[in-house]
Design a protein around this ligand. Structure first.
Ligand SMILES: NC(=O)C1=CN([C@@H]2O[C@H](COP(=O)(O)OP(=O)(O)OC[C@H]3O[C@@H](n4cnc5c(N)ncnc54)[C@H](O)[C@@H]3O)[C@@H](O)[C@H]2O)C=CC1
Ligand SMILES: CC(C)CC(=O)C(=O)O
Ligand SMILES: [Mg+2]
Length: 354
């Protein structure tokens, strides 16, 4: 069992370190060992190799059974030409290389965090448990032609039938095992690519008569997520809309530091939904939970370790229930625990409940 570990930039190395501590507990308890091969991506790789996705990193990823990533980017590299930047030349290039077509971002609001949410208790307390299924390898982040000069910048949003069918099936399959509701989010009143999206999603829906499908325009969906988040079960959407709406969904429990993700393709990749958080990097205050829950998703989806994944989720929930908080979710920042303390607390709890 080989894992490519790419900590990346900003808070990436800090939160990956905590997740690997949790993996150590799993190894100790199960007697299974994972080979971890570390690689460089993003700004970290630019500084070391002069490019955001070096050949060595590609090789490490292709030889691994799963990829575990922190995050990339930061102000230091923002002025590089587009294709050399950590985000486009690093992360997006890696996603394309691995054909990562589906990005799964589940979010739950823990009961003990209801009051941390910026929303009123009567809105958030009614039960929020949703998953964004985001198309990850096409759409406006990849469409050609695209270009930039002093006078003009342009991108192209393209979706073809095959791509929409594939991600729609992923969403319906996930919904089958949940509350059986898919909300497909598009902008089919304006965008041609969304018109095709909606048509194809309707066709795929016929294969899943037990799953209820509704369509929603993205502007309304952004509002409904805040107004009545409990109406959503599975949100099926495009690359850019999913990027935006999933960050918004992280605001429901109160922090991006709680939102994990799994991306499925030729190889699976696991990373928190948030970025490198340069505003808090290097201070040992970032929330490691998104990275730790991404680890749980990796154990479940890449290594079939479902029980172990549930145990990690339970340990996280119990530590939160006991009142421990990193600064992003703390009512009183003075009482917040650090990144490494939160990692230790989760490890200790995991050992206790194993
Ligand atoms: N997957 C990736 O590697 C991503 C990379 N980025 C890159 O990250 C850099 C910063 O981008 P931003 O727009 O600021 O997005 P961001 O997601 O890094 O941060 C947004 C806000 O959420 C907070 N936050 C994020 N993760 C947190 C955590 N674990 N604990 C506590 N607070 C957390 C940050 O402190 C910040 O206030 C940019 O270079 C951007 O391109 C952005 C999104 C995803
Ligand atoms: C480089 C970005 C597209 C990453 C991002 O914001 C995301 O995947 O959520
Ligand atoms: Mg994003």
């Amino acid at each position: 069992m080989k894992i490519a570990v790419l900590p990346g930039d900003g808070i990436g190395p800090e939160v990956v370190r905590e997740a690997l501590k949790v993996l150590e507990v799993v190894e100790k308890k199960t007697g299974k060992t994972f080979e971890k091969v570390f690689g460089h991506i993003g700004g970290d790789a630019i500084d070391k190799f002069g490019e955001p996705l070096p050949e060595e990193t590609k090789k490490i990823c292709l030889e691994a059974d799963a990829i575990f990533l922190g995050s990339v980017g930061g102000p230091k590299w923002d002025d590089l030409p587009p294709e050399k930047r950590p985000e486009i030349g690093g992360l997006l290039a890696l996603r394309k290389m691995l054909n990562l077509y589906a990005n799964i971002r589940p979010i739950k609001v823990y009961r003990s965090l209801v009051h941390v949410s910026p929303l009123k208790e009567k809105v958030i307390g009614s039960g929020v448990d949703l998953v964004t299924v985001r198309e990850l390898s096409y759409g406006v982040y990849y469409g050609q032609p695209r270009g930039l000069d002093e006078e003009k910048g342009f991108d192209t949003m393209i979706y073809d039938r095959k791509t929409v069918e594939r991600i729609a099936r992923t969403a319906f399959e996930i919904a089958k095992n949940r509350r059986k509701k898919v909300t497909s989010v598009d902008k089919a009143n304006v965008l041609y690519s969304s018109m095709l999206w909606r048509k194809v999603v309707n066709e795929v829906a016929r294969e899943y008569p037990d799953v209820e499908l509704t369509h929603m325009y993205v502007d309304n969906a952004a509002m409904q997520l805040i107004l009545k988040p409990s109406q959503f079960d599975v949100i099926l959407t495009t690359n850019m809309f999913g990027d935006i709406l999933s960050d918004e969904s992280a605001a429901l429990p109160g922090s991006l530091g709680l939102l994990p993700s799994a991306s499925f393709g030729d190889k699976n990749l696991y990373e928190p939904a948030g970025g490198s958080a340069p505003d808090i990097a290097g201070k040992n205050i970032a929330n490691p939970i998104a990275q730790i829950l991404s680890l749980a998703m990796m154990l479940e989806h890449s290594f079939g370790m479902v029980e172990e994944a549930r145990k990690i989720e339970r340990a996280v929930e119990l530590v939160i229930e006991e009142g421990y908080r990193t600064r992003d979710i703390a009512e009183d920042p003075e009482k917040a625990v650090s990144t490494s303390q939160m990692g230790d607390l989760i490890c200790k709890k995991l050992e206790e409940i194993w």
